[in-house]
Structure formats: structure tokens, C-alpha cells
Design a protein around this ligand. Sequence first.
Ligand SMILES: [Mg+2]
Length: 180
Amino acid sequence: MKKKLIIFTDIGDTIVDEGTEIRKVRNGVVYHADCVPEAKETLLELYKRGYTIAMVADGLVESFRNTMGENGLDHVFSAWSISEPIGVEKPNPLMFEKAMEKLGLTDEDKERIIMVGNNLSRDVLGANRFGIRSVHFCWSPRYKAQASIPEEEPTYRIYHASELLELAERLEKELEEKGE
Ligand SMILES: [Mg+2]
């Protein structure tokens, strides 16, 4: 059964480990990257349980096709919102708007959306300003772990990818109890 909660997710250092990326010198396209521990299993499980998942990611379309394809994750996304064709990067609201548009969502659906990402000044700030809840996936030392301004404070914080499963189930239950 389709869940009420909708999950937007970043890719770089949220789903794939940027430290393992191999790029083509010519155009910078990523053609290989390993997943962050437990991230692949978590996404597949969320998908299996009926959550709608959209990618909201900065980078080149071909990079995401390659890395999601090689990791067997391309089918879990109902929408891809990628900065290359859109022409702006997070925290620009257009990145989130595009994902909503592709999923056929309206402003009323914003309370059902969470944005998951490792980057406070892109994913978290962008989501907060856009009016959806933010989940900071705080696992990589490559990015700052503390907010510099109040707008970078995440709604939720997780330290392991698998924690997203518990969080999603909790938020789903809350949405169901609110009822509609
Ligand atoms: Mg990232």
C-alpha cells in the first residue's frame, strides 16, 4: 500500500559515498561510486514498503544514471530532480519544486514530505526555507555537522542510513493518525 510520507533524498554522500567516486576526466561524469553503508538496503526497503521516493540532487544526469544503475537503485525513484537540466542547485527552491511537480504534488502535500541529505547549507537549509521537514544525515566528516545559522537546523538528525527506516515509519504513523 502506498504510504503518505514522501521522501526526497540527496545522493552525493547521502546515498553514494563521494570518496569512492570515479569520474571521467573529459566531462566530470561519475561512472562509479559505492553506496554509503546501509543506504542501498534502506532505500530498497523504503521502496518495498511503499514510500514514494524522489531524488533531489546536484550534479550531472549521466552521473546519477550510472551510479544508480550500477547499484541497482534506479527503479526506487518516482522522480529525479537534478541540477544540471534545471540550471540551479540546492538550496534553490526550484530543485524542490521540480520534484513536487514531477510527483504531481501541491502545497498542501508539503507536510508529507521530508528531505534527507548530508549537507546543512544545501539540503537542510533548502528544505527548511521551502517549507518541508529536513533530515540531516550526519555521517561524513567531509561536511560540517553543526548549523551556522538557525535556518540550517534540521528537523531530524540521523547518524546511520538505517535510522531513516525507523524515522519514516514513525512519521508515517503520525500522518496516518492525523488522518484524512
Ligand atoms: Mg550531498
